[in-house]
Design a protein around this ligand. Structure first.
Ligand code: SF4
Length: 192
């Protein structure tokens, strides 16, 4: 199939809850679950399996992907202690979007976007500006990044209900080992 002339879209997916929000907001495309930031491997597999369940339910095509945590650790070296929302997160978004653009280019997709903008805690202006700058700098400028803010959709509350109804796993930390220990420390301090 000629994906370019059929205007095919590659949707980078970060997790199942954000896929539900994005899907109900109208996001479509082939799924690309590329998240080397997720720690540990069991958590990565758990999140991937939840995404595969939704892909099966909605009959979405899923691209093959690999777990490459070493690339994440290389990318964020020296930023380990940055607070959430700082430079480490910027590097993390860039890593995932660069790979998405590369795969979109390699498989001749017309455009790409990300469900990262469905998350209420993430800097969507930053995510979209990274996506746009990457798409301008790819060797094939025809791979367009489509900016979006899926969390602002009027279907957001319906998505929350659907996530509950489908029993979708909701993670309690962003993904990396640093966010995992922050979340654990916070929960401990609430219990004490
Ligand atoms: S907190 Fe989230 S966005 Fe930031 S580096 Fe960790 S996994 Fe990536």
């Amino acid at each position: 199939m000629d994906r370019r002339s059929n205007n095919c879209h590659l949707l980078h997916v970060c997790c199942a809850p954000d896929l539900v929000i994005s899907y109900l907001a109208g996001a479509r495309g082939d799924i690309f679950f590329y998240n080397p930031n997720i720690h540990p491997r069991e958590e990565y597999e758990k999140r991937l399996n939840e995404v595969l369940k939704l892909a099966n339910l909605w009959d979405l095509n899923v691209l093959p992907t690999k777990y490459e945590p070493e690339l994440f650790f290389e990318e964020v070296a020296g930023m380990e202690n940055d607070p959430e929302g700082g430079k480490r997160c910027e590097a993390c978004f860039r890593l995932r979007l660069e790979k998405s653009a590369q795969i979109a280019h390699q498989y001749n997709y017309a455009s790409f976007s990300t469900t990262l903008t469905a998350s209420p805690k993430k800097n969507v202006i930053l995510i979209n500006s990274i996506g746009i700058s990457i798409s301008k700098s790819t060797s094939d400028a025809n791979v367009t990044y489509l900016p979006n803010v899926y969390r602002k959709s009027s279907s957001y509350n319906d998505a929350q209900k659907l996530i509950k109804q489908l029993g979708i796993y909701r993670q309690n930390y962003c993904g990396c080992v640093y966010s995992m220990s922050n979340s654990l420390n916070l929960r401990k301090s609430l219990v004490l």
